[in-house]
Design a protein around this ligand. Structure first.
Ligand SMILES: NC(=O)c1ccc[n+]([C@@H]2O[C@H](COP(=O)([O-])OP(=O)(O)OC[C@H]3O[C@@H](n4cnc5c(N)ncnc54)[C@H](O)[C@@H]3O)[C@@H](O)[C@H]2O)c1
Length: 249
């Protein structure tokens, strides 16, 4: 039975991805640092193995990788989804905030990948890293978040460059805005309106829509795709600085 490791699986996009993998017949190691949320999320789900782990702490990540090997004996896909967001002006971004965002969003992807790659080499598996449209286009308030996500996009390409030799693929999904706890915490009403204006599909995405892109990239259907970034963003990235006034209809 194919096995996925999904970080940040206790809620939001990570939980939707877990549910979609299960629906497609996979088993899932659900990784999160929020113990009550992880217990709640895993309750009632079959073929899951929840593991409490903070992806920014090397010792916890090593222990998690060992537990995954023991519990499942194989890993076919790693989804580096755990992330934190902090929106504030550049001058108000102190070093502690910067480090906190980098620790999860960038260090976490690096550490978790390093720990799981040996298991992926055995199955010729796949990595999918979750970045953001904030890593593709700069905008205000995202000096730490946007920079961490741009780095994740490049890290994906580095992984693809080196891991192809083992048949391991590495791709990246850059979601547009999705109504999760993360977005609700940082998207003010003004930001929500601005997003609607700038997105050709004129709406936020759903967790399941992002999950579908992730699961596709992990599947055999994407067997010749590596080193790519797919923006699942309603067209936001394609239109650049769009002019809502020029929209037809
Ligand atoms: N929601 C959006 O609009 C949006 C847009 C673009 C990108 N993303 C990205 O998608 C990913 C998932 O976001 P979401 O909106 O589902 O967020 P969310 O806050 O709903 O869920 C994130 C999960 O990750 C866990 N987590 C955070 N830091 C962790 C750590 N260090 N170790 C282990 N677990 C940790 C949290 O406990 C939580 O369960 C993130 O990487 C985020 O940056 C989200």
């Amino acid at each position: 039975m194919k096995t996925a490791v999904v970080t940040g699986a206790a809620r939001g996009i990570g939980l939707a991805t877990t549910q979609l993998f299960l629906a497609e017949g996979w088993r899932v190691a659900m990784i999160d640092r929020d113990a009550p949320a992880l217990t709640d999320a895993a309750q009632g789900l079959k073929n899951v193995h929840p593991i409490l782990c903070d992806v920014s702490i090397p010792e916890q990540v090593s222990a998690m990788a060992a537990e995954v090997a023991k519990a499942f004996g194989r890993v076919d896909a790693l989804v580096n989804n755990a992330g934190v967001a902090d929106f504030r002006p550049l001058q108000d971004t102190d070093f502690a905030t910067w480090r906190e965002v980098m620790a999860t969003n960038l260090d976490g992807v690096f550490l978790t990948s390093q720990a799981i790659i040996p298991q992926l080499k055995e199955t010729r598996g796949a990595i999918v890293n979750i970045a953001s449209i904030s890593g593709l286009r700069a905008s205000t308030l995202r000096v730490a978040y946007g920079t961490s996500k741009a780095a994740v996009i490049h890290l994906t390409r580095q992984q693809a460059a080196e891991l192809g030799e083992w048949g391991v693929r590495a791709n990246c999904v850059a979601p547009g805005p999705v109504d999760t706890k993360l977005a609700l915490a940082v998207h003010s009403p003004a930001i929500r309106t601005a997003y609607h204006d700038a997105i050709p599909l004129n709406r936020y995405g759903t967790e399941r829509e992002i999950a579908q892109t992730i699961v596709f990239l992990c599947s055999e259907k994407a067997s010749y795709v590596t080193g790519q970034v797919i923006a699942a963003d309603g067209g936001f990235d394609a239109v650049g600085v769009g002019l809502p006034a020029l929209r037809g209809g």
